[in-house]
Structure formats: structure tokens, C-alpha cells
Ligand binder design. Structure first.
Ligand code: BGC
Length: 748
């Protein structure tokens, strides 16, 4: 755990430069606006430890797969979110010496801060160069939330102790590399570069996928109260820059205001991109920075009105949850059905920026409850639009008749993950996508979604499950062989309880939905039958599986077993593992992990979380008491589910402990991996721990219901929730729960 960032309810502050943690800070100080985002890099050169990262939503590269041994069905590529051209970069020279914090003589003061309330990242520092000149630098930048194709940077340099010649060379640099490129290939082709007066322009095109990213920067540089003209303009291969210089007298300042327009060919066709960039830039140019900032802040104010959680009595917790909410809002805005939520958002390259089951299982509830209905709906439509690709994906694996297997990892609907145990076996993701349809309708009441989109997806998914199970003569039941459950510390298991349960639930839900759509929306039903070729016998064969599915069960422990043979393992509780061997993924061989009883993340308990209405509290308790002690929680997605279940069982201490494991996961770098980027999808889980765990919020019969408790160290907590068009404020304090200030009776 690292504790070098200051505690503050609305700000993240690094006081004093911590070069050893710079990559961690760069992740933590990331900002974004749903369309693009970037790490908290310095604008000027930094030759120390750094991952320069700017990312544009939906722009990826199909990197050639690296696998030891090819297997039929493996995808050809592993998609990578692309590290985009550097659009904030600049060189700064003072009396001929370049500003580079790794080489500077002395850093007198340094402060890097993220103001989450207003969505502004800033830096203030005072440094002495080797040549003895002392300067103060003040920067501010934001990814505009009000106009999501723009970004603003202000960079001010003051010479403190002497006269000096200051040179600023702002640039756009397309010669970027992805740090996770498999073969160190460059992913960008040469595009257009141009400088005109104070404007820079660069359009870069991705190799293979042919996406274009266009960036235009307007530069306004003022020194000694005078606007400077650019001296040297460079426009060469994948790089474009302007050079400004001025002689400053002691106390004098040079200030750059940079206005960037950033678009991709997802929104602007290539043929129009240059004209578009220039025209947008000329609209932006006359508007003062302060005015643009004000509109951006207003957009953030609205976001906070919809999604803030206020915790009284615990500033660390307050900062933690706000940081999570801030980053979730930076990652996805729900306006584009082609976009989704990568596990690292715009903050790093791990997981390739692709879509995982994390979206449906963990993120949907956050967006569903804190934004307009269309935001969550667009997440579902994203999968609806990929249905044909899911059918094709299943077909390549040998399934037929419109069976759909959604990919475990995707950018465009195609599978782009190639570890056999995940690609072929971790099929529970299909169920999470079906569950999300149910969850969305339960929350929003938008049951028409079934008729317009949902049912076609459900039919495809149920067809897959039907073909994936087989009849066991021995058991006289249906079984599902060779799967990987959410617990990735076990592969190729038979009858993973969670996956079997999910499959049966999907088929039941599809059967009910078929009847409902047939009766209520006969016209849509005709279209669905025409599109899917659905036949009534299919429901009969699903019913057969629903009635005769096998679920591994232990009479002795009176619990469902995670999979066949689970009890053959040595069941030694995690508490007896030496601390020095944890996390086991870093200390044990994979072979040892696979043979052990240790569970990476909620697996059986994930099913108890999804299908809680099907089990009474005693049953839940037995399963929780059996599985939690064997769980190492080595996925950041694990603690939130355990927190919610512990809260349900009235174990408030444990609920709070689990919450703490993810609430400040990145701020305190618990897992020593924040340098790779933030755990965006688990941030939504932290939100769920408070709303579904501590407040016990559920939707029952079209109404919100609560079963709250207050963590001991908190005075109160409150949050905004959007439910069926209404924004409500829920507050929990020692006296109980209020909705919009009115005390409410609570269930349970
Ligand atoms: C988890 C998966 C998850 C992935 C991306 C893995 O470590 O085990 O469940 O989908 O991370 O967050």
C-alpha cells in the first residue's frame, strides 16, 4: 500500500514530487470525457519512469496474437486500445537547457492535483535548472465534458530569479508506441501534418483497422503581455510543432493556451476530417479559456448532482468513492452505442481497452442508477448490435442454428482473446449479457426493450446453452463439461454450478419472454420469428434442460459445489496461507494454483448475488461461510459481491472490510499495479457496495426497497439515484433512512 497522496474530500493531491511513483500518479491523475482521455502526464519532456498515454474511444488495433500453440477457433488478433498521438506535448527550454524533471537541478516545490468536482487537472512547481535559473510552472488542463471533442491546456512559466530566454515548442506527436504491443510494431501510419500560423494539425491513420484520428491545436502564446508569433514551424513525418521564444525579465511570464479538437473517423469521415477540424477550431478560438472552463464545470456539476455519494465522518472514504465515481464518468457517457467500458478505461493499456463481462455484471447498475435511461440502454444495444458476430463466433466453434456466444473480450463483437481457457471455456459471460437485460428492465421498467431488442439476444444465448449441455446417461441429467467459471484459478471443470445455474436461468427467462412478447407485442414477435427462425419446439427443448439440469451438491456440507470434484481438494482456509505467499498468483506456479482450493473471485457466490430471490438467508449464509474462507479475492471484482452479501447477512463489519479493499484500491495502490492503469470496472463494484450493500437498495415489484446500515466510523451517507425518471436523494444516518428528506420505513 502506498500513502503519498493527500486526503481531501474533492481533490487528489500529490504534494512534493514522487518520481518512483510517477507511473502510479499518471494513472491516478487521468482525466477523460467518455470520448477520449489521458493519463496525468506532464506536458513537457520527462525522461524518468513514465507511460505517456492518450486514448480515443473505440479506436483500436488488431495486434497479432502471441500464443505458444495455435488452436482452431483462436482469434487472429488481440485488440489493443491505441496509444494516440500525443496532443499535449511540448518542449520547454530556458537559456538553452531543456525542462525535464528527471534532469533538473532542484525541485523546490511540486504539487499535482485533480479537482474532481470541476474535472480539472493542475500542476504547480518551482524548479531550478542546472544553469541556475529558477522558474515557476503552473498548468491546468481538462478534457471538456461540455463539448466532448475538445481539450484545453494552459501552461504558464514565470522566471523567478533572473532574466532568461524562454522557448516553448508545443507539438502533436504521432510517433507513439503502445507499451503492450506484442511485436513492438508501430500501429499508426503517416497521415496529414500541417501548421498554419498558430494552428497545428495532424491526422493519423491506424494500420490494418484504418481508423483516423484527427487533432487540431490552436496555440496562443503570450509573453511580456504580448502575443507571440511562431518562429519555426515543423511539419514532418507524424510530427508537427511550432516554436515560440521570448526574452523574459526577472518575474516575467510566458503563457501558452492550447485548445485541442480531437476526433476520430467514428464520428467524422476521413474525407471531411481536415475541414471539420479547422472549422471546429475556428469556432473554439475566440472563446476564452475561462468561458470554456465554466461550461465544462457546469457539465460536471450536473454529473455530480446525479451521481455523487456524500459520506460524513470519514474523509478517506469520501475521497475514495468520489474518485471512483469521477473515473466512471470520465470513461463512459452513454451517448454512442458503439462504445463500451474497458477495465482500465482511458488510463492505461492493460486489457486492451476492450469490453468484458465486467460491463454487464458490474458497471450496468451504476450507469442505470446515475444517468438517463438511454445510457444503460445503449450498453445493452452495444451487445444487440453484435448479435450476428456472436452467432458467427459460435458457428466457428461448431454451434449452429443461430446459437450465439458473445466474446469474452471484444472491441467490435469479434472475440479477441486467445487463452483457450478464457476464449472457449469462460462462457458464463453469455449469461451475464442476458442477466443485464433482465436487470435493466427490472430497474427501468422498460419491458418493451424485450420486444425491440432483448428477446433476439436471449434466443441466441439460450440456443447456445442448449447445444453446450449434453445428456449424461450415467446421471440421467443434463451436464455442462469443460468450462471455466468466474474463478479463473480453475480451468476445464465439469458442471461449474454458477454456469449451469446461469444457463438454466437464461432458458427460463427466454421462455417467459417469448410468451410475453408473443402476447403483448405480436408485430415485434413476427419480426423476431422472421429474424431468428425461432420454432416452438425450441422452448420445449429448453424446458427439458431447465427441468433436468444437474447441479453438484454436497450432502455433507449442505452446499452446492463450485464444480464436480471440488471436495477432492485440500480445503485449507486462506487465513492459514502465509502472508508471504500472497497474492498466490505472484508466488505460486500456475499448476499449484489450479490444483488448490483457492478461489480467485466470487463464483458460486456470484450466483447467489444474481439470483438472490431464489435462496433464503440460511442457504446464503451456509454458502457464504463455506466459500468466502477459501476466496483469495485476487480479482478486484471480488470484494464488492462479498460486501453486498455480507451486508445482506447482517455482517456489517465484514461488509465494510470488503468495501475498504476496493474503495481506495488505486489511490493507495493496494495491489501494486496502479501504474498499469486504474481498475475502472471494479470502481462500479465499489459504488454497488455502498448502494446495494450498505443501503441495501433493491427493486422489488417496481419499487425501490432499502435495508440500510451505517458503517460505525461514518456519521451518515447519502447518494443520488435516478429511478424511473425521478432523481431522489437517499440518506442514511444513525436515525435511519430518508428519501428526499422524508423518513422511510425500511424493509427487513
Ligand atoms: C477477472 C475477470 C475480469 C477481467 C477484466 C480478470 O482478472 O478474473 O473476471 O473480467 O479481469 O477485469
Amino acid at each position: 500500500m502506498k500513502r503519498y497522496l493527500q486526503i481531501d474530500p474533492w481533490k487528489i493531491i500529490e504534494e512534493g514530487f514522487h518520481p518512483g511513483y510517477n507511473r502510479v500518479s499518471e494513472s491516478v491523475f487521468s482525466t477523460g470525457n467518455g470520448k477520449f482521455g489521458q493519463r496525468g502526464n506532464f506536458e513537457e519532456t520527462f525522461s524518468g519512469e513514465s507511460l505517456q498515454g492518450s486514448y480515443v474511444a473505440g479506436v483500436y488495433y488488431p495486434d497479432k496474437t502471441r500464443v505458444g500453440w495455435w488452436k482452431n477457433g483462436y482469434p487472429e488478433y488481440f485488440a489493443k486500445v491505441l496509444n494516440a498521438p500525443n496532443w499535449i506535448g511540448m518542449q520547454v527550454w530556458v537559456n538553452g537547457e531543456e525542462l525535464d524533471l528527471a534532469k533538473i537541478k532542484e525541485v523546490h516545490s511540486f504539487r499535482r492535483a485533480l479537482d474532481m468536482q470541476h474535472g480539472v487537472f493542475s500542476r504547480e512547481m518551482e524548479v531550478s535548472f542546472q544553469n541556475g535559473i529558477r522558474c515557476r510552472i503552473e498548468t491546468n488542463r481538462f478534457c471538456n465534458l461540455a463539448e466532448t471533442d475538445s481539450q484545453l491546456v494552459s501552461y504558464k512559466l514565470t522566471v523567478v530569479n533572473s532574466d532568461a530566454l524562454v522557448v516553448m515548442v508545443p507539438f502533436i506527436d504521432g510517433k507513439v508506441l503502445n507499451s503492450d504491443s506484442n511485436y513492438e510494431n508501430r500501429f499508426w501510419k503517416q497521415g496529414v501534418t500541417d501548421t498554419r500560423g498558430d494552428d497545428l494539425l495532424l491526422i493519423a491513420t491506424t494500420k490494418k483497422t484504418g481508423f483516423d484520428v484527427g487533432i487540431a491545436s490552436n496555440l496562443e502564446v503570450v509573453a511580456n503581455n504580448q502575443r507571440l508569433l511562431p518562429k519555426d514551424q515543423h511539419s514532418r513525418k507524424k510530427f508537427v510543432s511550432n516554436r515560440y521564444s521570448a526574452k523574459l525579465t526577472i518575474g516575467g511570464t510566458m503563457e501558452l493556451t492550447r485548445k485541442n479538437i480531437i476526433v476520430s473517423s467514428l464520428d467524422v469521415p476521413r474525407a471531411q476530417m481536415e475541414v471539420h477540424l479547422r472549422s471546429r477550431l475556428s469556432q473554439l478560438k475566440p472563446i476564452p479559456f475561462a468561458h470554456l472552463l465554466e461550461k465544462h464545470e457546469t457539465a460536471w456539476r450536473k454529473k455530480w448532482e446525479e451521481s455523487d455519494i456524500v459520506i460524513e465522518g470519514d474523509v478517506e472514504a469520501q475521497q475514495g468513492i468520489r474518485f471512483n465515481i469521477f473515473q466512471l464518468n470520465c470513461t463512459y457517457n452513454g451517448e454512442d452505442q458503439r462504445l463500451n467500458i474497458g477495465p482500465k478505461g482511458f488510463t492505461g493499456e492493460k486489457y486492451g481497452g476492450s469490453t468484458y463481462w465486467d460491463t454487464e455484471a458490474y458497471c450496468l447498475p451504476f450507469y442505470q442508477a446515475t444517468a438517463d435511461e438511454h445510457v444503460a440502454k445503449n450498453l445493452l444495444i452495444y451487445r444487440y448490435k453484435h448479435l450476428q458476430k456472436a452467432i458467427e463466433n459460435a458457428r466457428m466453434l461448431g454451434f449452429k442454428n443461430g446459437a450465439a456466444l458473445y466474446p469474452m473480450v471484444t472491441m467490435n463483437g469479434e472475440e479477441c482473446h486467445n487463452e483457450w481457457e478464457i476464449t472457449f471455456e469462460e462462457i458464463h459471460r453469455n449469461g451475464a449479457i442476458a442477466y443485464a437485460i433482465f436487470d435493466y428492465i427490472r430497474y427501468t421498467g422498460d419491458s418493451d426493450y424485450l420486444a425491440s431488442h432483448g428477446l433476439e439476444v436471449l434466443i441466441g444465448i439460450s440456443r447456445f446453452w442448449r447445444q453446450r449441455v449434453n445428456w449424461s446417461e450415467d446421471k440421467q441429467q443434463f451436464v455442462m463439461l469443460g468450462v471455466t467459471g468466474p474463478n479463473e484459478f480453475e480451468n476445464n471443470v465439469n458442471n461449474n454450478w454458477y454456469t449451469n445455474r446461469l444457463a438454466v436461468w437464461c432458458m427460463k427467462y427466454t421462455m417467459q419472454s417469448v410468451e410475453w412478447v408473443k402476447n403483448i407485442h405480436p408485430t415485434d414477435w413476427k419480426r423476431i420469428v422472421a429474424n431468428t427462425g425461432y420454432k416452438p419446439e425450441e422452448a420445449l427443448s429448453w424446458k427439458e434442460v431447465v427441468d433436468k439440469m444437474y447441479f453438484p451438491f454436497s450432502e455433507k456440507h449442505n452446499v452446492f459445489l463450485q464444480q464436480d470434484g471440488f471436495l477432492d481438494k485440500e480445503l485449507i482456509p486462506v487465513a492459514q496461507l502465509p502472508e508471504s505467499e500472497r497474492p498466490i498468483v505472484e508466488h505460486w506456479s500456475w499448476d499449484r494454483i489450479l490444483r488448490s482450493c483457492y478461489i480467485k473471485q466470487a463464483d458460486v457466490l456470484q450466483g447467489f448475488y444474481f439470483f438472490e430471490d431464489e435462496f433464503d438467508e440460511d442457504t446464503l449464509r451456509r454458502h457464504y461461510d463455506f466459500y468466502e474462507p477459501l476466496t483469495v479475492h485476487e480479482s478486484s471484482l471480488s470484494p464488492c459481491v462479498h460486501s453486498i452479501l455480507a451486508a445482506k447477512l447482517g455482517d456489517h463489519r465484514r461488509a465494510y472490510e470488503f468495501y475498504l479493499r476496493t474503495a481506495r484500491l488505486d489511490l493507495d495502490d493496494y495491489n501494486n499495479d496502479t501504474c498499469d492503469g486504474l481498475h475502472i470496472t471494479s470502481m462500479a463494484g465499489t459504488w454497488m457496495s455502498i448502494v446495494k450493500g450498505f443501503a441495501g437498495m433493491r427493486v422489488i415489484d417496481n419499487h425501490l426497497s432499502f435495508k440500510p446500515f451505517l458503517p460505525e466510523s461514518w456519521k451518515s451517507f447519502s447518494f443520488h439515484i435516478r429511478f424511473r425518471g425521478e432523481i431522489m436523494e437517499i440518506q442514511v444516518d444513525k436515525k435511519g433512512l430518508t428519501i428526499n428528506g422524508e423518513p422511510m420505513a425500511v424493509s427487513g
